[in-house]
Design a binder for this molecule. Sequence first.
Ligand SMILES: [Zn+2]
Length: 77
Amino acid sequence: MLTIRCTKCKNKIFRYLKVGKGRVLRCHKARILRDNSLHRGTKVLCRCGNVIGTDEGNSIKMHRQAFFHTGTKVAKE
Ligand SMILES: [Zn+2]
């Protein structure tokens, strides 16, 4: 389980079930367990206004500089 946090305000944006060891490039919406983000059109924002990703329908393409994460990744599905 990862906690995705905003680099600007350090607040929690998502609780996310990450599968695999790769970087977090996209967040699949089905695996977002808690969503504190705001959606404005296709933009996904932190509550402080920082744009953290782009809504692509089933997933959110994350902007690498806009977030960091803490927690552990699940090794296998
Ligand atoms: Zn923020």
